[in-house]
Design a protein around this ligand. Structure first.
Ligand code: OGA
Ligand code: ZN
Ligand code: ZN
Length: 364
């Protein structure tokens, strides 16, 4: 039997499941924290049963005599001492990888199976959360189909580039992406706050010489930096970097460190993009230290053993975590045909879709 002795009274009362405290129709809380009595204390505890008949503990509260019935199972999962799960977004909840992790093949799914079979869909979405990406194969090579792919797990994040963006050679490129230039590992749109957490790249044509793809696990790289050069890691988690993008219609900026951590210090978000990093304004000694650390991280990200190389074929759609993975492409001959359509979306929606799939799976 669980003991309530270690529970904080305000915490326990805040989690009262009774119908006066939570709307039974939606589970949402009906009171404000300021409405709880000042000298709140547990007056008595009894063994009890939930309305469904499971073992529970009943707490009688002083000074107001309110009664709360907590299922034993809930107490076991939530009382202090039970391991607190992370939010699913930090290094603790990921499988960090180097390229050789995929010697046996990429995490991939056939489009028809993905659409038709909830278990295939769940496995694919789980890959995005755990490994940072999945490759869908056999996606119809249709204009704007990338938007339908996003719709299978969430919602497109429209931006100044539109609902989708075209990656192909343009006559007057507002971004190096729209040339045949090599693009080194980067995250997209670090100049937005919030940054798009997911990116999709759907290959329509890839007949050019070159233009191969690369992915790097930025969490793994940051963890290596932390192990190899702790002072550099520290700087990159603390110095806000100004990222900016501007064209005739747009002027975007965001100030964020290259390595974002959660309040417990766990790696949670990478922003890295040499094309859109702005001008830092710091005292010279701090600039020296920042640039040494930035270079060191940049070198680490280029280690061949970290970069997973592959080539997108027409009908491939890559879905990846833009807060974790860096993506790259090799240069290609502008005389050749190459056309990708990209879109942004968000990972909370993908995680929600996966959670609902799993709920349905366990109900079967
Ligand atoms: C981009 C980009 C990848 C590619 O447009 O930001 O990374 O394969 N493109 O062209
Ligand atoms: Zn209550
Ligand atoms: Zn990009």
């Amino acid at each position: 039997m669980v003991s309530l002795a270690s529970a904080s009274p305000l915490w326990l009362r805040d989690n009262c499941p009774c119908a006066d405290c939570r709307d039974p129709r939606n589970g949402q809380k009906l009171f404000q924290i300021t409405e709880l009595p000042d000298a709140l204390a547990v007056d008595a505890v009894h063994d009890a049963r939930t309305p469904e008949g499971s073992p529970a503990r009943e707490v009688v509260w002083a000074p107001d005599g309110h009664r709360s019935v907590y299922p034993e199972s809930w107490l076991g999962d939530h009382l202090p001492g039970a391991a607190a799960p992370g939010d699913g977004r930090t290094e603790d909840d990921k499988e960090l990888w180097a390229a050789s992790r995929f010697d046996g093949g990429l995490p991939e799914a056939d489009w028809d199976a993905y659409r038709g079979d909830p278990a295939v869909r769940a496995a694919a979405l789980d890959s995005v959360l755990r490994l940072g990406f999945v490759l869908l194969r056999g996606v119809p090579v249709h204009d704007r189909h990338v938007l339908d792919v996003a719709g299978t797990f969430g919602y497109v994040r429209e931006t100044n580039y539109g609902e989708l963006f075209e990656v192909r050679v343009e006559a007057d490129p507002n971004n190096l992406a729209f040339t045949g230039a090599r693009i080194t590992p980067h995250t997209d749109n670090p100049y937005r706050d919030p940054v798009p957490t997911l990116q999709l790249l759907h290959c329509l044509v890839n007949a050019a010489q070159g233009g191969d793809s690369g992915l790097v696990d930025g969490f793994h790289a940051a963890a290596l930096l932390r192990a190899e050069a702790p002072e550099s890691y520290e700087i990159l988690t603390r110095v806000p970097v100004p990222f900016a993008f501007a064209d005739e219609r747009t002027e975007l900026r965001a100030h964020r460190p290259l390595i974002g951590t959660d309040p417990a210090g766990r790696i949670r978000e990478i922003r890295f993009n040499n094309r859109s990093i702005g001008t830092l304004r710091l005292p010279t000694d701090r600039l020296d230290a920042f640039y040494a650390a930035y270079r060191r991280f940049g070198e680490l990200l280029l280690r061949p053993e970290l970069q997973l190389d592959f080539r997108l074929a027409p009908g491939d759609c890559l879905i990846f975590d833009n807060t974790r993975l860096l993506h790259a492409r090799t240069a290609f001959a502008e005389s050749g045909d190459r056309h990708l359509q990209g879109a942004y979306a968000d990972i909370d929606g993908l995680a929600s879709t996966l959670a609902v799939l799993r709920r349905e799976e366990s109900a079967r």
